[in-house]
Design a binder for this molecule. Structure first.
Ligand SMILES: Cc1cc2nc3c(=O)[nH]c(=O)nc-3n(C[C@H](O)[C@H](O)[C@H](O)COP(=O)(O)OP(=O)(O)OC[C@H]3O[C@@H](n4cnc5c(N)ncnc54)[C@H](O)[C@@H]3O)c2cc1C
Length: 296
């Protein structure tokens, strides 16, 4: 049975430890479910600090988040964290989902606003009786149960933030509301991450900020996603990957090498760990681990 709480990441960092974690999404069908559990089994021996499961935009994927996260709590040695968003939910519904997390032994919640149905850059429309900002969900989760709460951070700024300073103010507000750590959106320049951490520290907040790592295995897909969420793939990275165009194995190897270089730079610069976007597969994450000489 898993420990049911993320041992304080702040404490882990103070003690000189580093946090390694893996993120999954709710699978859509049986084949996806099998692929997810293969990835979970392959990654479990690496003894991550926690594993997280994202919360869908709507429909059945939301129940799948609860189901998969509960099964991780029940059947693996890993500590699960369930994501939750404000999209389409009243406060009472959010309370009821938090209660079902707690009943399933899930005591770690990633509190997010979520994106509007029309996409990350569309204006936010609050659900009647619902919440407007992630800060409110952080407060709700902290008040509702004994949850350890994580929040989102944006090294290049959230796409609708007024400025990088305002973006940092928002992260600080989430920490003051009770968030114990943050995980970043994908990014490709370590300098963007360190600048975000500096902005937050300059505001007197020492919340650990875990960098979110997404290897580029398909340049066009990552660039499209990056445009939506406000994350640029720098020209030198595009050039290094494009140099292998037509050779999928070489493109993949370069994407893994680039991710490993980013991880090394982040850890050398004092990042408190790494959070891997696995896309429900273990291979790329394990290849990065091998490049970093991280064994089981
Ligand atoms: C690590 C990570 C995990 C994620 N997981 C999921 C997931 O599981 N499911 C999902 O649907 N989405 C997920 N997302 C996407 C996320 O929901 C979107 O990026 C969303 O647009 C912002 O969420 P937030 O929690 O940062 O919102 P908020 O912190 O509420 O910020 C939203 C916007 O409002 C602004 N803002 C915040 N507070 C204030 C204020 N007081 N006054 C004025 N403006 C304010 C912010 O600058 C920002 O522009 C994830 C993102 C990250 C980085």
């Amino acid at each position: 049975m898993a420990e049911d709480r993320i041992a304080s990441i702040a404490q882990l960092v103070r003690d000189g430890g580093r946090s390694f974690s893996f993120e999954f999404f709710p699978p859509k069908d049986e084949a996806g479910e099998e692929q997810l559990w293969r990835a979970i089994s392959a990654l479990e021996p690496y003894r991550p600090t926690f594993v997280s499961v994202t919360y869908g935009a709507g429909g059945s994927s939301r129940d799948t988040t609860v189901r998969v996260t509960s099964r991780i709590a029940r059947e693996t040695s890993m500590t699960p964290m369930a994501h939750l968003t404000c999209v389409g939910h009243t406060r009472a519904e959010l309370e009821s989902i938090l209660d079902s997390y707690a009943a399933a032994g899930i005591h770690n919640v990633m509190a997010l606003r979520g994106d509007p149905a029309d996409g990350p850059r569309a204006p936010w429309k609050a659900t009647p009786g619902g919440l407007t900002y992630a800060t409110e969900l952080v407060e709700l989760a902290r008040a509702r149960g004994d949850f350890t709460v994580g929040v989102a951070a944006f090294p290049e700024g959230h796409p609708t933030a007024e400025s990088l300073d305002h973006d940092a103010d928002v992260l600080v507000a989430k920490a003051r509301a009770g968030a114990e750590f943050a995980v970043t959106q994908m990014f490709f320049r370590a300098s963007d991450y360190f600048a975000l951490v500096d902005r937050v520290r300059a505001r007197g907040i020492d919340i650990p900020v875990l960098p979110g790592i997404m290897p580029i295995l398909n340049l066009n897909a990552i660039r499209r996603q990056g445009e939506l969420i406000g994350c640029e793939v720098p020209a030198d990275i595009v050039a290094r990957i494009s140099a292998h165009e037509g050779d999928p194995a070489a493109v993949r190897a370069e994407g893994i090498a680039l991710a490993a270089e980013l991880c090394e730079e982040l850890l050398a610069g004092g990042a408190p760990g790494l959070h891997f976007y696995t896309l429900n597969r273990s291979k790329a994450t394990l290849e990065i681990f091998a490049a970093l000489n991280m064994a089981v």
